[in-house]
Design a protein around this ligand. Sequence first.
Ligand code: WT7
Length: 656
Amino acid sequence: MPEKSGIENLLHETRRFSPSSEFVAQAVAKPELYSEAKADRLEFWAKQARALHWHKPFTKTLDFSNAPFASWFEDGELNVSYNTLDRHVIEGRGDRIAIYFEGENGDTSTYTYAQLLTEVKKAANAFQTLGLVSGDRVAIYMPMVPEAVIAMLATVRLGAIHSVIFGGFSAESLRSRINDAEAKLIITADGGYRKGKVSALKPAVDEAIADSACPSVKAVVVLKRGGNEVSWNQNLDHWWSDVVDSASPEHEAKAFGAEHPLFILYTSGTTGKPKGILHTSGGYLTQATFTHKNVFDIHPTKDIYWCTADVGWITGHTYVVYGPLANGVSQVIYEGTPDTPDWGRWWKIVEKYKVTILYTAPTAIRTFMKLGREIPDKYDLSSIRVLGSVGEPINPEAWIWYRDVIGGNNAPIVDTWWQTETGAIMISPLPGITATKPGSAMIPLPGISMEIVDDAGKKVTSGGGYLTITEPWPSMLRGIWGDNERYKETYWSQHPGKYFAGDGAKLDTDGDVWILGRVDDVMNVSGHRLSTAEIESALVSHPFVAEAAVVGAKDETTGQAVVAFVILRSDQVAAAGSDSDVSKLLRDHVAKEIGAIAKPRTIMVVAELPKTRSGKIMRRLLRDVAEDRPIGDVTTLADTSVMSVITDKLEAGATD
Ligand code: WT7
């Protein structure tokens, strides 16, 4: 179990923050949730599931006889789009605002639930006309605009399966995801606004599918948003406005089985190839809806909710699209980055829409903290009553700053631990119940069973170990698209009978959980998951590179940063030029292969890499170098002099 420095201090954190009595009095989540779930976990989840609309009610809650493959509410039938839209309209909530859209360029629009439903029905009809049927896959590569949500809901309305690909991924990444899922339809745009510029999305789609590289693709729908000139393929391309605007606004949502696939979302693992995480309908929507309502204390008629995540990530799926819309709350969707036109943008949005619940990532909080409280202090943030954090551990300093400066020293903070694979929040305080500790995600939610175990798989009652989930949960992944073996191997083989999340964690003496971060070769940069192996294989795909090793090094703002060590091919050293030339070139190469988010912060050209006698790279030692620490124990290296060769070169100033 790798030790992380500093955690011992955290475990002695004595500050506690209890919700105010006013908050407690109006809180959605009551303490009985814990006792109810404890008394009968399955009945507890069945009760949450019954809060949805079922075309055909389920009679069975869980079938885990084919473990680790689970099915929840299997004989029930529902339509997820119906639950997020039609239901509100039919029950008289159609005039409520679903989305306040704020474009980065200043454009704004609003959609009521009734209007959003009409748009989704039109898009569903349009997609159907293009040949989409239940079970087909749809790749969505869009800016953060309402049409991205509409495209997702129209897809699932038809029983088709979306695979949203974050707009920052490269054409290469897009192609491999389109092909892995064999997508029939691609939904994209002529750009979106980010950092004051218009992003290029359609050119990446064109490049990805050029030369019949994606034979499954039968049509591409292009939304007009950024106004970029786009090249046009008469056989494939359709403007959104041509196919959607004229489509019929009538569309009946058919029921699908609870285990009907809902979406695939690719995420990085320990090997080079991203995994297509598969989620299904009934269980996912149950836990998305329950957790959204209780963790964020949603009062649908009063709250203005804002989750800053892009729909390209799981947070955007569960806490922008499915949870909030199923709960019928009004939410803000912002297209761009927090620094455009200046660093006051987010706080201006909070003030303008009177946002009551804000859900964001520690990396953003740390960035604002560094810039100083003068910026948020210029705006009226008094509407905020709940603050959420997700994606990486939040350090106590950032936690306190968030509460104090953004939350007026009053709003409860919910630090929510979960993953693409878990589908919804698993560990979190409940804001009207839990007395929180800055930096701890506290305890598993009602209905969730977890254990921290040691190397031998034994449960630890205090101290550190591996974070495991011991019972199936409704929104658990149902597998890896097209690879059942990999699903079993990746998540269920380390600790028999238990799901292993990949994170280390410690329990303090009160039984509260402190997440230590990944214990595998997965990095977390600004709350985004990146694989060391994937970046290494991107680096060695360049003709200059013989070998590469990538580590995640501590970074004050982004949590971790990508640091790469490369050995150049001896016959290419002259061609490669200076270390700084080659470093720039390779950083751009990684951006092209994977996407800008994967660009190494630093690339160090070295003569050798530290390896064990069995040839395994000792990343621990490279992390010492990257974090500028004394080098740890080198005795297991095949050649113990390697580290001094590396550090001597770096000390001579020949880095980057
Ligand atoms: C990994 C999952 C879940 C949405 C965003 C990321 C880390 C997530 C926390 C938290 C400490 C966290 C874990 C996890 N993580 N939330 N509150 N405290 N670490 O989703 O890309 O699937 O990454 O993010 O390491 O395994 P993801």
